[in-house]
Design a protein around this ligand. Structure first.
Ligand SMILES: Cc1cc2nc3c(=O)[nH]c(=O)nc-3n(C[C@H](O)[C@H](O)[C@H](O)COP(=O)(O)OP(=O)(O)OC[C@H]3O[C@@H](n4cnc5c(N)ncnc54)[C@H](O)[C@@H]3O)c2cc1C
Length: 446
C-alpha cells in the first residue's frame, strides 16, 4: 500500500509550482497572454485523478493477490489472536498492525466552536481560501502554506517554537522562513495560540508572543500541529498490546510487540512517520519472517524531505545532533547561489515586479523592473566523522535536493569514507557535481 497522503499533497505542490513558474514566465523570456489564474476545481480534479488511479492500482493488486481477502471496516482486537470486523471475528497466529495515524487536534479554547481543516479535509476543498491561517510551522503545515500562497491565498503561519521546522538546524529553519516570507507568507514564530473564535464569517486566532497578546483574523484555518496514532479504538487492551504514553505501539528492533505473534508497522509504532519508513518496516518484517534474516530498524538511516520549493532533504544527523555526540566532526557547506545549474534553472528574477503584481494586484512601476540577483535559494551541508571519515548527516536545501540526497544516503549505507566521493566524476551541469568538491572542502565543526 504505497499511495498514502504523499500523492495528493505532492500533486497540489506540483500545481502550485506551475502557478509560481507561470507567474515568473517573463523571467525566462516566455510570454503568457494575460494574468495567471488558478482554477481550484481543476487543481482538485487533477489531484483526484492521480490519487484515485494510484489507490485503485494498490487496491486491485491486493484484491487479485492469491490467498488475500480484503474486508472493509474498522478492525478491533477481541483477543490476542483474534480481530473483529463488522461483527465477524478472524483468528490468526500472526497479526500485523498497520493502522497509521491522523491529525492531532490540540486543546485550544474555542476550537470546537469554529470550522477548521486538517491535512485530510484540506484535500477535499475546491476553492481558494481568501486568507488561510495555518496552525503549525512544520513539515505538513509549510507544504500547504506555500502551495496555497502560490494558488493566491493570503497565508499566515503560526508556530509555537522560536523557529519553523524546529527539529532542523537553525540555518535550515531560517532559510526556509526567508523564502516563505519572500513569497508573501506571514510567518509568526514563538507564538502561542491562546484561543480561537468566530467573528462573522472570519476566524480570529488570539496569540501570545513575548508576553504580548495579538490577533490574526483569517477566513479559513488548517490545524497542522502534529499527528497521533490510530491506536485508541483498536481494542489493544483485549490483546494485551502495550503502547507508550502517546499511544504508539511499543515494538522491539524487529517491530515485534510485547505479544508474541503480533507486529506493528508504519506510523503507529512511532519509529517513523513517512511512507518510506512504513515500507521499510514491511521489508524488515517480511525478511525476518519469510527469509530468516535478522533485519533491524536501527540499521536504517534517517532520511526524509520537506516538499516546499525548493525542498529540504535530510539524511542522518543534524549539525546539532552531531555536536551532541561530542565526537570530533567535520562540516562542508555550499550555497546554491554558487551552483551554476541552480542559477541557470532558477535565476535571475525580476522578483520585485512579480511580487508587486501578484500580491497587490497592481501594475508594476518602471523602478521596480530591476532584475534581482540569483534566486537559486538554499545551501548544502554535509557532516562527517573526523576519524572514520564517514558521513554522519546532510541537509540539502535547494533545487532537486530530494533526489541528490540519495548520493549521500547510499554512501552512508555503503559505510564508505567521504574520500570515495572526492574522486567521483559527476555530470556537468548538475547540482550533484558539487558533492565531490564539497567532500574536498571539509573543515572542523566548531
Ligand atoms: C499531508 C501529509 C503529507 C505527507 N507527505 C509525505 C511525503 O511526502 N513523504 C512521505 O514519505 N510521507 C509523507 N507523509 C506521511 C505518510 O503519509 C505516512 O507516513 C504514511 O502514510 C504511513 O503509512 P502507514 O501504512 O503507517 O499508515 P497509513 O497510510 O495511515 O494507513 C493506515 C490505514 O489503516 C486504516 N485504519 C486505521 N485504523 C484502522 C482500523 N482499526 N481498522 C481498519 N483499518 C484501519 C486507515 O484508514 C488507513 O487506511 C505525509 C503525511 C501527511 C498527513
Amino acid at each position: 500500500m504505497r499511495e498514502h497522503r504523499c500523492t495528493p499533497t505532492k500533486t497540489l505542490v506540483a500545481s502550485a509550482y506551475a502557478a509560481f513558474l507561470a507567474r515568473r514566465a517573463g523571467d525566462y523570456g516566455v510570454t503568457i497572454g494575460g494574468p495567471v489564474g488558478v482554477d481550484m476545481r481543476a487543481v482538485k480534479a487533477r489531484k483526484d485523478t492521480i490519487t484515485v488511479a494510484s489507490r485503485r492500482g494498490v487496491e486491485r493488486s491486493l484484491r487479485t493477490l492469491e490467498g488475500c481477502t480484503v474486508y472493509e471496516g474498522h478492525a478491533r482486537f477481541v483477543a490476542n489472536n483474534k480481530v473483529a470486523v463488522n461483527g465477524v471475528e478472524f483468528g490468526a497466529d500472526r497479526i500485523f498492525i498497520n493502522v497509521g495515524g491522523r491529525a492531532s487536534i490540540p486543546p485550544i479554547s474555542g476550537l470546537d466552536q469554529v470550522p477548521y481543516f486538517t491535512n485530510s479535509s484540506m484535500m477535499d476543498i475546491d476553492f481558494l481560501p481568501p486568507h488561510l491561517i495555518v496552525l503549525g510551522g512544520s513539515y505538513i503545515g509549510l507544504e500547504f502554506a506555500q502551495a496555497y500562497r502560490r494558488f493566491g491565498s493570503e497565508v499566515t503561519v503560526i508556530e509555537l517554537a522560536p523557529r519553523l521546522i524546529a527539529r532542523e538546524d537553525e540555518d535550515a529553519s531560517h532559510a526556509v522562513a526567508d523564502f516563505l516570507k519572500e513569497e508573501g507568507i506571514d510567518v509568526r514564530v514563538d507564538s502561542k495560540v491562546i484561543g480561537v473564535e468566530k467573528q462573522g464569517n472570519s476566524i480570529a486566532v488570539k496569540l501570545e508572543s513575548a508576553g504580548k497578546i495579538s490577533q490574526v483574523v483569517g477566513t479559513h484555518m488548517l490545524v497542522a500541529i502534529g499527528r497521533r496514532p490510530n491506536t485508541d479504538d483498536l481494542g489493544l487492551d483485549n490483546a494485551g498490546v502495550a503502547t507508550d504514553s502517546h499511544g504508539y505501539i511499543q515494538v522491539d528492533d524487529q517491530l515485534r510487540t510485547n505479544v508474541p505473534g503480533i507486529w506493528a508497522m508504519g506510523d503507529c509504532n512511532g519509529r517513523g512517520a513517512f511512507t518510506h519508513t512504513s515500507w521499510n518496516d514491511f521489508e524488515i518484517v517480511a525478511a525476518n519472517i519469510l527469509d530468516n534474516e535478522q533485519r533491524r530498524v536501527s540499521d536504517r538511516i534517517t532520511a526524509y524531505a520537506l516538499y516546499t520549493d525548493p525542498p529540504l532533504a535530510r539524511a542522518g544527523m543534524t549539525q546539532e545532533e552531531v555536536r551532541k555526540t561530542g565526537k570530533p566532526a567535520l562540516v562542508s557547506t555550499m550555497a546554491l547561489e554558487d551552483v551554476s545549474r541552480a542559477y541557470e534553472t532558477c535565476g535571475p528574477s525580476r522578483r520585485v515586479r512579480t511580487l508587486s503584481r501578484w500580491h497587490r494586484g497592481g501594475v508594476s512601476s518602471a523602478r521596480s523592473e530591476r532584475w534581482k540577483a540569483a534566486r537559486s535559494k538554499g545551501f548544502m551541508k554535509i557532516l562527517a566523522d573526523r576519524d572514520s571519515k564517514r558521513i554522519l548527516g546532510a541537509s540539502l536545501l535547494g533545487l532537486a535536493g530530494d533526489e541528490i540526497i540519495h548520493c549521500i544516503i547510499d554512501l552512508m549505507y555503503a559505510k564508505a569514507p567521504y574520500t570515495v566521493m572526492q574522486r567521483a566524476m559527476h555530470i556537468h551541469p548538475t547540482v550533484s557535481e558539487f558533492l565531490p568538491i564539497m567532500m574536498q572542502d571539509f573543515r572542523p565543526l566548531q
